[in-house]
Design a protein around this ligand. Structure first.
Ligand code: NFE
Ligand code: MG
Length: 586
C-alpha cells in the first residue's frame, strides 16, 4: 500500500514550499508534488507603471536575491528602449552582482543547507585537537579551526544544549543514519557555520559600497548607475577590494575545503548520489569581467550529454498553468481561446489567479501512522508556481546547470575548478548529476567568481583613467510601442524578465525566475519539474524523519518568494500614480 508523506513547510528556505510524496512498501518515493502555498503575483503591480520604475518594484519580489530582480527590471527597460549603458556601469553592476552571488552561496551552504550534512550533536563529542589537525587534510591554509577556537565553538553549542534548547539548531534530525561526517569533521563545519555569520556581513557591505544599501540597493537607474562618487573615491574602491578578498578567502579556505570533505565523506551514501533524474540544464552568461568576457557561459544541455551544447533561443521560453492556480484568458491571434495548457511566451504571459483549494486525505503523521489531513489536489491544480518550459521541456537551472553548461562549453575556469574537485574527492563527472553534485556545484561557481571576479574591478580602475561616464542618455517616446527583456544568471539560476511598453507605460510584465523553473508543477503532458523529478526513486530511511527529501530540495536553494512574486493578498490597489513619459528626456 502506498503512503503519502507531507513536508510543509520545508524550513530553512525563503518562502513556503510544500512537498508531498508517495512512497511504496519499501519506502521508495514513486511520485512527488512540489507546491508553493503562498499567493503572490508582483508582475501585476508593475503593469501600468513607468518602465523606469519596473526595476525598483521588481526588486521587492525578494529580499534574498534582492539585486537580481532590480537589475533585471532596469535592464529589461534598457533593452526595450535600445539603451547601451556605459562600460563603467556594466562593470559596477558586475561588482554588485559578485557581492550577491558571494552572499547567497555562502549563506546557502552553511545557514540553509549545511545542517543537512553536518550533525551538530555529533560535533559536541569531537576532539578539538584532532579536528584542528584534520582541517589541514582539505586545505593548506584552513580558517577558524585552531584548537582553542574549536574548543570555544564546542562550548558555545554545549551551553545551548545544556539549557535544553539548541536555539537555531533545534528540531534537526540529529543522529540520522545518512549523516556521514565524523565528530571532528562536524566540528569543523560547525565552526565555519559560525564564522560565516561574520563573513556574510562583509558580502552585504560589498553590495552597499556601490549600491547605497543592502538589501534592496538603489544605485541602478535606467541608462546606467548613480554611484559615480563611490567609484571615483579610491578609499571606497579599496574597501570593496578588501571585502572581496575577505569573502573569496573564506570560500577558498572554508567553503571549498568543506565541500571536498563532504565529497569524500558522502561518496558512498546512495541517497545523495541520486536526486537528479531530470538531466536537462539551462544557463545564461553572466558576470561580465571585460568587454567580451563573462565568467559564466550560456547554453542548454539535454539528457546529461555534455558532449552537446546549444545556444539558448529566447523564443522557446514559455510558461503554462495546467497544474498551477492560475487561469489564462482571452484569445490567440487566430481567434481560438487561450487555454491553461497553452505555452505562452512571457511577452504574452498572464498572471490571473484561479485557486481551487485542497482536499481531504491521509498522510503519515508524527507518530509514523497515517492520519487525516488536507492534501493538494494533485490530479488538478496544486501550486502558485507556473510551469516554465524550454522548447516544451522542463529544465533545471542553477549552479549545477551553470557548471554542466560551462563544462560542455569548455569554459576554462569552470573546467579548472570542476576537475580539481573531482580529482581531490575521487568522484567522477557522472557523480555531479546528483544532490551532492548540485551542492558542490554552488561552491564551484562561488570559487570561480572568487578566483577570477576581481578582473572586473581591475577593468573598472583601468577604464576610469580614460572615461568617467556612468549613464547613457535616452528618450521615451510615448507614441511608440516597445518590448525588451533581461536574461542572465542569478545565484539560483537563469532569470528572465520581459516587458512591453505602450503609451509610455508598462503594458505587460513577466518574470520567469530560477525557482519557478526548478519548483514548478508538472505540465499538461505530465512532465515533472526538477524538484519533483529529483525525489523519484529515493528510499527514505525513516518516514518520520524525511531528511533525504529535505536534502534533495535544499540542494536547489529554493526561493519561493521569487518564484511567485508578491502582491497585496486581497488584490487591493496600493496607490495611484500619474506617469508622464515625456518627462524622461534629459
Ligand atoms: Ni528569492 Fe532569486 C535568485 C531570483 S530565485 S532568490 O537567485 O531571481 O529563484
Ligand atoms: Mg512569473
Amino acid at each position: 500500500m502506498s503512503k503519502r508523506i507531507v513536508v510543509d513547510p520545508i524550513t530553512r528556505i525563503e518562502g513556503h514550499l510544500r512537498i508531498e510524496v508517495v512512497v511504496d512498501d519499501n519506502n521508495v518515493i514513486t511520485d512527488a508534488f512540489s507546491s508553493s502555498t503562498l499567493w503572490r503575483g508582483l508582475e501585476t503591480i508593475i503593469k501600468g507603471r513607468d518602465p523606469r520604475d519596473a526595476g525598483f518594484i521588481a526588486g521587492r519580489i525578494c529580499g534574498v536575491c534582492t539585486y537580481s530582480h532590480y537589475k533585471a527590471g532596469i535592464t529589461a527597460a534598457e533593452n526595450a528602449l535600445g539603451i547601451e549603458i556605459p562600460y563603467n556601469a556594466k562593470l559596477v553592476r558586475t561588482l554588485m552582482n559578485l557581492a550577491l552571488f558571494f552572499h547567497d552561496h555562502i549563506v546557502h551552504f552553511y545557514t540553509l543547507h549545511g545542517l543537512d550534512w553536518c550533525d551538530i550533536i555529533s560535533a559536541l563529542s569531537a576532539n578539538p585537537a584532532k579536528a584542528s589537525k584534520l582541517a589541514f587534510e582539505y586545505t593548506d591554509n584552513p580558517i577558524a579551526t585552531g584548537e582553542d577556537e574549536l574548543k570555544m565553538v564546542q562550548q558555545r553549542v554545549k551551553d545551548f544544549a545544556s539549557k535544553g534548547s539548541l536555539g537555531p539548531f533545534a528540531n534537526g534530525y540529529w543522529g540520522h543514519s545518512t549523516y556521514h561526517f565524523s565528530p571532528e569533521q562536524n566540528l569543523i563545519v560547525l565552526s565555519h557555520y559560525l564564522k560565516l555569520l561574520e563573513v556574510q556581513r562583509e558580502a552585504a557591505k560589498m553590495m552597499a559600497i556601490f549600491g547605497a544599501k543592502q538589501p534592496h540597493p538603489q544605485s541602478l537607474t535606467v541608462g546606467g548607475v548613480t554611484s559615480i562618487m563611490d567609484i571615483l573615491d579610491p578609499t571606497r574602491l579599496a574597501e570593496y577590494k578588501f571585502k572581496f578578498e575577505t569573502v573569496a578567502d573564506f570560500i577558498n579556505r572554508a567553503y571549498y575545503p568543506d565541500l571536498i570533505m563532504a565529497g569524500m565523506a558522502y561518496s558512498k551514501e546512495h541517497s545523495v548520489l541520486v536526486g537528479c533524474n531530470l538531466k536537462n540544464f539551462l544557463s545564461f552568461q553572466e558576470i561580465q569581467v571585460a568587454h567580451d568576457e563573462y565568467l559564466l557561459s550560456s547554453g542548454y544541455v539535454l539528457d546529461g550529454d555534455i558532449s552537446k551544447v546549444d545556444d539558448v533561443n529566447l523564443d522557446l521560453i514559455a510558461e503554462e498553468v495546467t497544474n498551477s492556480w492560475y487561469k489564462y484568458e482571452g484569445k490567440h491571434s487566430d481567434g481560438t481561446p487561450i487555454k491553461p495548457t497553452d505555452l505562452l511566451h512571457p511577452y504574452d504571459g498572464q498572471t490571473t489567479p484561479n485557486y481551487i483549494g485542497m482536499q481531504d486525505g491521509m498522510s503519515i503523521g508524527p507518530s509514523g501512522k497515517e492520519e487525516k489531513t488536507k492534501l493538494l489536489k494533485t490530479d488538478s491544480k496544486y501550486s502558485w508556481i507556473k510551469s516554465p518550459r524550454y522548447d516544451g521541456k522542463p529544465m533545471e537551472v542553477g549552479p549545477l546547470a551553470s557548471i554542466v553548461v560551462g563544462l560542455a562549453r569548455k569554459n576554462p575556469h569552470i573546467q579548472e575548478v570542476a576537475e580539481d574537485f573531482l580529482k581531490r574527492t575521487g568522484l567522477t563527472t557522472a557523480h555531479l548529476f546528483s544532490t551532492l553534485g548540485r551542492t558542490a556545484a554552488r561552491g564551484l561557481e562561488a570559487k570561480v567568481l572568487g578566483d577570477y571576479g576581481l578582473k572586473a574591478f581591475d577593468e573598472l580602475v583601468k577604464n576610469l583613467k580614460v572615461d568617467t561616464t556612468t549613464c547613457a542618455p535616452y528618450v521615451i517616446d510615448k507614441n511608440k510601442e516597445y518590448k525588451g527583456y533581461y536574461i542572465g544568471n542569478v545565484p539560483r539560476g537563469m532569470l528572465s524578465h520581459w516587458m512591453r511598453i505602450s503609451d509610455g507605460k508598462v503594458s505587460n510584465y513577466q518574470a520567469v525566475v530560477p525557482s519557478t523553473w526548478n519548483a514548478g508543477p508538472r505540465d499538461s503532458k505530465g512532465q515533472k519539474g526538477p524538484y519533483e523529478m529529483s525525489l523519484i526513486g529515493t528510499k527514505i530511511a525513516s518516514l518520520t524523519q524525511p531528511l533525504e527529501i529535505i536534502r534533495h530540495i535544499h540542494s536547489f536553494d529554493p526561493c519561493i518568494a521569487c518564484s511567485v512574486h508578491v502582491m497585496d493578498i486581497s488584490g487591493n490597489e496600493l496607490g495611484q500614480y500619474k506617469v508622464d513619459p515625456s518627462f524622461a528626456k534629459f
